[in-house]
Design a binder for this molecule. Structure first.
Ligand SMILES: [Zn+2]
Length: 209
């Protein structure tokens, strides 16, 4: 996948496995190497940025590469039935879902700040805030907003870092919520990798946690 991304970033994409023979060879079954949970952003299609073809990637996308029931069920299908050995959680530079999460979190903190001044201590206020984020109606706030909050708690203030923390948080969420994923990891049948696509260079940076 990294070799494919290198070709793409350098302008030498080969667009492999997109011909009629490949399509026909895949009629009976698919055996993708990897599942990718990526942002729905129109500038980040995994098959294009990894210069992949038909049958290569099992792809799940939504704004902010978040984990909901449908995401989980899709990834569990990929692990359990298609036996992918790799899940890539792919975020990216300039993610609109992270921007939305920052705005939603700032609004919530503004409201929480006022409430804290009126009543409880600051420490209680912080705990209360985490709880409020996790209980919010908006999934953007619950997941991407919580990631931004975690990043700020670690004294990170840069949206690039918010995106990286969000990718780590997404992996954590995925593992925590899925026994199928946990089993596959424990039995060395699966690896999960976090990656962040850079709009400007076209390169994917692999994150280590
Ligand atoms: Zn995005």
């Amino acid at each position: 996948m990294l070799a494919g991304n290198r070709r793409f970033a350098e302008g030498n994409a080969e667009h492999p496995w997109q011909d009629r023979e490949t399509r026909e060879s895949l009629l009976e079954r698919q055996t993708p190497d990897a599942a990718v949970l990526a942002c729905a952003d129109s500038r980040v299609p995994p098959e294009i940025v990894f210069d992949a073809g038909l049958g290569d990637l099992f792809t799940i996308r939504n704004a902010g590469e978040m984990v909901d029931d449908a995401t989980l069920a899709s990834l569990e299908y990929a692990v359990d039935k298609l036996h992918v050995s790799l899940i890539v959680v792919l975020g990216h530079e300039g993610c609109g879902a992270i921007s939305m999460a920052i705005d939603a979190l700032d609004e919530l903190m503004g409201r929480a700040g006022k409430a804290t001044e009126e009543s409880v201590s600051a420490a209680d206020g912080m705990e209360d805030l985490a709880e409020r984020i996790l209980q919010a109606d908006s999934i953007i706030l619950r997941q991407a907003g919580f990631s931004v909050w975690q990043a700020r708690e670690a004294e990170l203030e840069n949206p690039d870092d918010y995106e990286r923390v969000h990718i780590a948080h997404t992996i954590e969420e995925l593992v925590t919520r899925s026994h199928i994923v946990q089993d596959a990891l424990a039995n060395d049948r699966l690896m999960i990798v976090g990656a962040r696509y850079q709009l400007e260079s076209g390169k994917v940076e692999v994150l280590s946690f």
